[in-house]
Write a protein that binds this ligand. Structure first.
Ligand SMILES: NC(=O)C1=CN([C@@H]2O[C@H](COP(=O)(O)OP(=O)(O)OC[C@H]3O[C@@H](n4cnc5c(N)ncnc54)[C@H](OP(=O)(O)O)[C@@H]3O)[C@@H](O)[C@H]2O)C=CC1
Ligand SMILES: O=C([O-])CC(=O)C(=O)O
Length: 276
């Protein structure tokens, strides 16, 4: 088995790291990588990619999803944002291509969720939700089969990681001297109000008690430099708590560095004989 053509939507922090990881995957590396970027970013992306991957003539760059689908990729990895999921995911899935989604919080929009599931059911393609920045999603999704009593998620990041979000209107991020819980509510509200910071809340919700029952707290904490993700689960099979202390991405402090490795694993597993 081998991985053929991988297409990636976006070329920001996660996607740039993903291209590096896939290109360096040795025997498991895809034979071809395509990038789907905004029209206005096509030429700058060509420049960036050419300087980094001089020998990799395999990289193709387009702003047209039909170019991607016409080349029949084995899998598409979305690494762009909620808007890109709403706009492009149904077309990819309707085209019969499996999609690994990073921006899981987009599925908190019921219309987007419906379109994605309809497109996947119609073509037989799958929308794959990786764990992303967090872990323990396997244990949670398995425990759900036994019966879940409660699932809660807490996301804690340095104040600067919440810049440009509604947290700014709730608290003075630059003046914090101690942690501040600025959001407590459902995973659906968290994912939709904090689209670049709370995708994990949606992932935990999908694996567990759903968007409306999953309890979420979001915290700005001036005493930390990492992004800390915690889940607490009570189920008929087991009770567990997990805490992940993730280093921030060097390219984007809102994004945990662990995220891209989870996406890469989901992609590389498509070409593996033994999947773990
Ligand atoms: N599941 C998880 O655990 C996590 C998920 N995420 C999700 O992943 C997304 C990407 O993260 P990250 O790489 O750090 O973010 P970045 O902002 O660094 O990169 C996103 C890139 O995607 C581009 N983009 C956005 N919309 C489109 C589109 N419609 N078509 C083509 N390109 C597009 C952006 O371009 P432009 O700048 O022009 O808008 C930008 O270059 C986040 O927005 C978040 O939704 C992030 C962290 C954890
Ligand atoms: O990467 C992270 O720390 C989590 C994140 O941004 C998200 O869930 O959207």
């Amino acid at each position: 088995m081998s991985l053929g053509h991988v297409a990636i939507i976006g070329y920001g922090a996660i996607a740039q790291d993903l291209v590096g990881i896939l290109s360096g995957a040795g025997e498991g590396a895809p034979t071809c990588i395509s990038l789907l970027v905004r029209q206005e970013r096509v030429s700058q992306t060509h420049e960036a990619v050419r300087s980094l991957y001089a020998s990799a003539s395999v990289l193709q760059i387009t702003s047209d999803v039909d170019d991607i689908l016409g080349a029949a990729p084995d899998v598409v990895a979305e690494c762009a944002g909620h808007e890109a999921v709403g706009k492009l995911a149904p077309a990819v899935l309707a085209g019969g291509v499996d999609l690994v989604v990073s921006s899981v919080g987009a599925l908190a929009d019921e219309a987007v969720m419906f379109e994605i599931q309809s497109a996947a059911r119609g073509s037989g393609a799958q929308c794959l939700v990786p764990a992303g920045a967090i872990g323990g999603i396997d244990a949670l999704a398995a425990a759900r089969l036994s019966g879940l009593q409660s699932v809660s998620y807490t996301g804690r990041k340095p104040p600067s990681a919440w810049a440009g979000t509604p947290a700014e209107t709730l608290i003075d991020l630059s003046a914090l001297t101690e942690e501040s819980v600025f959001f407590a509510g459902s995973a659906r509200d968290a994912a939709q109000s904090y689209p670049k910071n709370a995708n994990v809340a949606a992932t935990v919700a999908l694996a567990g008690t759903g968007m409306d029952e999953t309890q979420v707290r979001l915290i700005a904490d001036p005493s930390i430099n990492e992004n800390v993700h915690e889940i607490t689960v009570a189920s008929d099979a087991s009770d567990f708590s997990m805490r992940f202390v993730a280093k921030p991405s060097k390219r984007n402090p809102k994004t945990s560095r662990s995220t891209v490795y989870s996406i890469a694993r989901a992609v590389l597993n498509r070409g593996a004989a033994l999947v773990i």
